[in-house]
Design a protein around this ligand. Structure first.
Ligand code: NAD
Length: 490
């Protein structure tokens, strides 16, 4: 724990929306409480925004659009590099806030997330020029076809609670690089770090270019979704919310990008290097720093029978070494569940797994018993839990639990592994552990997922775009532009 960490954050903090370059409370003054998931205690308040706030954000973003989109790409790049510098200069404070806000442990936020944000904003700056590159087509001596890439206008990024600063950055940086102005709606369970970023960026970006409206989905998010002043929506969230947003946006027909949930298979073949595969399916993929609250978490572990017992033995040993506790301590390796509601949901799956007759391989406990420290007795703790079954139709095999709860299923042949892996409504990501190039190639081709990792997991290098109920579309500079065509006859 540092001076600027938990001890220094004892008084209730108050955060504001960022609208039109001003830090504002919600119209009507409503607030929501932000709870520290490690202790269960309220530590901050955030605005409970209304339709009026949503309308103000849309008006501010629309007013800022002509100037921002009309600026040369180099000008926008200059601003985005300044944003990258803000993330670098305030990395420690933001990492601690993110940890406080959603329980993602400090070693993850300080060492992985925040350095990643500086890189992301600088990458977006570097892509500003590419975002305005058009094409030309020669139709003969007196006829020239041209295209220009142009921004959509005002884009709305709706973000989840499990990785707020990263998702905020993915939705804001690329959209801004392409010349859009942006409204961000953070998740009510973990909003504070995003609002703090808003305070810092208010000093850097022109008024109205970036707006942040906090509050509940149905109160603050819905009017933004329905607004004719919003030209594109990118949601990272659940399938349930995606369906609501799809219906709500139908009357104003705007493009959507939906980055949704998953039930990712992580498949270990008998020829795999078990020294890599064991941590690869355990601590790398599901029993992670933020307690398995990860969209592409490898929550369905498929193991070929000859190495099944050996893998279970190794996974148990790795799980025993996971340390739950103070998220601000570098010694801690897994944090709490983000909120009471999500905690109760995850715990309900511990009961569902038992009732469905799955064998409990390890874990299964929740609450204060899991942490050896009274300060965290009120927190939302679930220990790494693994069920075993041969029946992929069980609810624990089909439904996204979004916590540190995984299921292991044995298989005999490659065909069986593929059939089990694809037997899911989701298709976000998959892991394959094998030393056979042929197996790896066939699995890569035939797995019905947007991403396949071979002999690794959870390394995002490309846009993570789902198939099936995991959604469609992604965040990149190009995805925030559209192509306009013209034909010039001389
Ligand atoms: P959620 O769907 O409950 O909420 C996401 C956001 O939508 C929040 O900001 C919420 O306030 C907002 N929202 C809810 N109802 C709304 C409405 N009617 N109109 C407008 N906005 C509304 O998701 P969550 O619980 O915050 O996050 C967990 C989910 O996100 C999981 O399913 C997870 O898999 C998914 N996720 C996906 C990715 C990915 O890249 N594919 C990444 C992270 C999380």
């Amino acid at each position: 724990m540092t001076d600027s960490g938990r001890d220094a954050m004892t008084e209730l903090r108050e955060y504001s929306n960022l609208i039109g370059g001003e830090l504002r409370p919600a119209s009507g003054g409503g607030t929501l409480e932000s709870v520290d998931p490690a202790t269960g205690e309220v530590w901050a308040t955030i605005p409970r925004s209304t339709a009026e706030d949503a309308a103000a954000a849309v008006a501010a973003a629309r007013a800022a659009f002509p100037r921002w989109s009309g600026m040369p790409a180099a000008g926008r790049a200059h601003y985005l590099r300044k944003v990258a510098a803000v993330f670098a200069e305030n990395a420690r404070e933001l990492a601690e806030l993110e940890t406080r806000d959603n329980g993602r442990i400090i070693s993850e936020t300080a060492k992985r997330d925040l350095p990643g944000m500086t890189y992301l904003w600088n990458s977006a700056a570097a892509e500003c020029a590419a975002a305005v590159e058009g094409r030309s087509v020669d139709f003969g001596p007196s006829s020239l076809g041209v295209t220009r890439r142009e921004p959509y206008g005002v884009t709305l990024g709706i973000i989840p609670w499990n990785s707020p600063i990263s998702t905020f950055s993915a939705k804001a940086a690329f959209a801004l690089a392409a010349g859009n102005t942006v409204i961000i709606k953070p998740a009510e369970q973990a909003t504070a770090s995003t609002l703090r970023v808003g305070e810092l960026l208010r000093e850097v970006l022109p008024a109205g270019v970036l707006n942040i409206v906090s509050g509940l989905g149905e109160e603050a998010g819905d009017p933004l979704v329905r607004s004719r002043g919003v030209d594109k929506i990118s949601l990272t969230g659940s399938v349930h919310t995606a369906k609501i947003i799809t219906r709500a946006s139908a009357d104003s027909l705007k493009p959507l990008a939906l980055e949704l949930g998953g039930k990712s298979p992580n498949i270990v073949f008998a020829d795999a290097d078990l020294d890599k595969a064991a941590p690869g399916v355990t601590t790398q993929a599901i029993f992670t720093a933020n307690a398995g609250q990860i969209c592409y978490g490898g929550s369905r572990i498929l193991i070929q029978r000859p190495v099944y017992d050996e893998m279970i033995f190794r996974m148990k040993a790795l799980a025993e070494r996971i340390r739950l506790g103070d998220p601000m301590s570098m010694e801690t390796t897994m944090g709490p569940i983000v909120s009471r509601e999500q905690y109760e949901r995850v715990v309900s799956y511990l009961e569902i797994g038992a009732k469905e007759g799955a064998e409990l391989v390890f874990g299964g406990r929740s609450g204060a018993a899991v942490v050896d420290d009274d300060r965290y007795a009120g927190g939302y703790w679930v220990e790494p839990t693994l069920f075993a079954t041969g029946d992929n139709s069980l609810r624990i095999c089909q439904e996204e639990i979004f916590g540190p709860v995984a299921v292991v299923i044995p298989f005999d042949t490659e065909e069986e592994a593929l059939a089990l892996a694809n037997d899911s409504v989701y298709g976000l990501a998959a892991g394959v552990w094998t030393n056979s190039l042929g197996t790896a190639q066939r699995m890569f081709r035939n797995l019905e997922t947007g991403t396949v990792w071979v002999n690794t997991f959870r390394k995002v290098m490309f846009p993570l775009e789902g198939v099936k109920d995991s959604g469609y579309g992604h965040d990149s500079v190009m995805a925030y532009t559209r192509e306009k065509s013209g034909l010039f006859e001389i």
